[in-house]
Design a protein around this ligand. Structure first.
Ligand code: AVI
Length: 329
């Protein structure tokens, strides 16, 4: 059965919901059905992601925390050495629990800089504006609430200094290799020769360790994936029944692609509002997210393809994760 969706009459939805609706319909009517993982992060998704980061299987957060806790002095030294005088811009700052160690170290070193945290959540930015200056006396902070590239433009208006850009948390892994290259090239377009980028990569390692990180025994990652179906039900008046789908995480050690799917357990039709019907065949997959894993050579290749030169790397003690420092050439 093929059902062609029709759009609602304009003006019936709020603009943000319209974009969400459009993206969901586009994904669910593609030959390989998919959803954009940026929509995982509503209030429940944020809370579930916090829980994922506490899961013992999800090693990524602990690795990067170890690097920032134990090597902020070395990182700060490298930033000062390669950039001289700079301002610090962080993409997707979140609650800054990791970067706070670096911020404190730079203040301790007497570095005169402004921290520009960028985040899509207005709530996150106003929390940071309250909490960080109290935690780190002497820190100059200018929060920027909005999309990465738009806010990078804003940051450029506020500073003529060199920029050190932080993009941590292995967020780059949520792009395919091809999309990561495009993203880094775009980032490079907002930077000048001599600017720096510190970015976190989850490294290739034993496949079972990686797969378990996306298949925790408590089922939190499963709930994180299903939450997006609940969100679509609630915000777009859909009728996904999560009992009729199974969470199916995969990892391919040859390519480093860790991909999550939901598998339809039967032939079924999902309705979105009154206008749209989406057929799912039994065993059909819905692609949810990629978390790409890298070799060190692949991080260097990515740097070169996007106009950066790798200048330093920082590892956790198991070498499972790296924060790479790249300089714009
Ligand atoms: C945010 N991002 C780096 C996480 C990751 O590891 O890909 C999102 C996530 N998805 C499932 N677990 C964690």
């Amino acid at each position: 059965m093929t059902v062609i969706p029709t759009m609602l009459a304009p003006g019936k939805r709020k603009p943000a919901t319209d974009i969400f609706y459009h993206d969901v319909i586009q994904g669910l009517t593609a030959p390989q059905k998919y959803l954009d993982p940026k929509y995982f992060y509503d209030a429940t998704g944020d809370a579930l992601f916090q829980q994922i980061m506490q899961c013992h299987e999800y090693y990524l957060t602990g690795c990067e925390m170890e690097i920032l806790r134990q090597q902020s002095a070395q990182i700060a030294q490298a930033l000062q050495y390669y950039a001289g005088t700079f301002d610090l811009v962080e993409l997707g700052a979140g609650d800054a629990t990791k970067s706070v160690h670096l911020l404190q170290q730079l203040v301790n070193n007497g570095v005169d800089y402004t921290y520009f945290p960028i985040d899509i959540s207005a709530n996150v930015i106003s929390q940071l504006e309250k909490s960080l200056p109290a935690m780190i006396p002497g820190l100059r902070l200018h929060g920027l609430n909005g999309e990465y590239f738009h806010m990078l433009q804003q940051a450029n208006l506020h500073t003529s200094r060199k920029k050190v850009l932080l993009f941590m948390g292995a967020n780059i892994g949520n792009y395919s290799l091809h999309a990561a290259r495009t993203f880094c090239q775009q980032l490079r377009g907002y930077l000048q020769p001599g600017d720096l980028l510190l970015t976190g990569f989850d490294l290739k390692k034993h496949p079972k360790i990686i797969l378990n990180a996306y298949n925790d025994a408590a089922g939190i990652t499963r709930a994180f994936n299903f939450n997006l179906l609940h969100r679509i039900n609630r915000e777009l008046q859909a009728d996904f029944d999560t009992n009729k789908f199974e969470h199916y995480p995969t990892y391919d050690p040859a390519t480093g692609a860790c991909k999550s799917y939901l598998i339809s357990l039967e032939d079924q039709v999902i309705h979105i509002g009154k206008e749209v019907s989406i057929p799912f065949a039994e065993n059909e997959s819905l692609y949810m997210e990629i978390s790409q894993k890298y070799s060190l050579e692949e991080t260097d290749q990515l740097a070169a393809q996007a106009g950066f030169k790798p200048v330093a790397r920082f590892f956790d003690h198991r070498h499972w994760y790296t924060d790479c420092l790249w300089k714009c050439v």
